[in-house]
Design a protein around this ligand. Sequence first.
Ligand SMILES: C=CC1=C(C)c2cc3[nH]c(cc4nc(cc5[nH]c(cc1n2)c(C)c5CCC(=O)O)C(CCC(=O)O)=C4C)c(C)c3C=C
Ligand SMILES: [Fe+2]
Ligand SMILES: [Fe+2]
Length: 343
Amino acid sequence: MKGVLLVNLGSPDNPTPKDVKPYLDEFLMDERVIDTPKWLRNIIVRGIILQTRPKKSAAAYQKIWWEEGSPLIVISERFAAKVRGETKMPVALGMRYGSMSIKNALVELEAKGVDEVLLVPLYPHYAMSSYETVVVKTMEEQQAHFPKMRLTTLPAFYKNEGYIEVLSKSIAEGLKNFDYDHILFSYHGIPERHIRKSDPTRFHCKIDGQCCSTNSVAHNTCYRHQCFDTTERVKAYLGLPDEKVSNSFQSRLPNDPWLKPYTDFEFERFPKEGKKKLAVITPAFVSDCLETLEEIAMEGKHQFQDAGGEDYKHIPCLNDDDAWVNVMAKWVNNWETTGELPS
Ligand SMILES: C=CC1=C(C)c2cc3[nH]c(cc4nc(cc5[nH]c(cc1n2)c(C)c5CCC(=O)O)C(CCC(=O)O)=C4C)c(C)c3C=C
Ligand SMILES: [Fe+2]
Ligand SMILES: [Fe+2]
């Protein structure tokens, strides 16, 4: 029997330093997130980052936490429940980090008689620190505990027509009655090194003005190309003028060069250039989370206004939007009946 496993990033159990610390430990000790040799990762994560970050992160989580729990988890659960209502297959939800494990989700599917699983990483774009780590972890769990299960993975859907359509329509809805000078597509950042590491050609990705718009097999795993491509497709769908739209990358850790331009620098720059009414969308995330609700909707607004900005709007992620649920249901039901995956 076929079944579906949806996987998102995860959150701490509670917005307290005590619960944030083990969550961040699991997250940042992932070799695809902090990709140094293990001894050095230990020093960076346990010796440096975890000494101060849990307190700071817990305070940020407290600002966005809902009565039902972490927004990312609650929204993912609502999305999974709606997808369940649109398919005959069992649908389970797991998280890459934290207590809602991928293993438990596979146990749930196995108990319902599932032996063929469609894994859906809930990320539109491929990055070793998001999509790839979900796939590798799920394969490890399958090999260790569910050897008879077959696993198929949904490709990154950043350019899928159905996805671009629902994303564009949700942006159009968010822009209604908002008189903007500029729209910023703010994607989660990654270290530049990760782009080079994920380049199978080893020479294409130079992170310059050219590589991401020059055709290459490298784009199948190039996060930067895929983010830019999503923006271009939305622009084309909505007929947005070039000069009113730009990209940036948010949420970085210190020391390494991360993908540029940095979102917070853009918030400071725009008002000085006369862009005083700003709409921000965050398409690297399908569900609102700490990075969108705190960093963009709250902190970003302050940064923009402190720099002289006037009107600011964060347009929500797709979350459990019915049209988005229908797109996902179409993909999984098509896989059930034909075995085909969306492109
Ligand atoms: C697009 C998906 C994501 C990529 C790529 C990604 C890379 C990445 N993230 C960190 C460090 C942190 N990210 C944090 C939160 C966070 N990250 C994503 C998604 C991607 N991360 C989401 C959805 C969230 C929010 C989780 C939630 O509970 O709402 C955090 C924790 C919060 C904080 O302390 O700021 C860290 C740390 C790295 C280092 C990285 C790539 C190398
Ligand atoms: Fe992150
Ligand atoms: Fe590229």
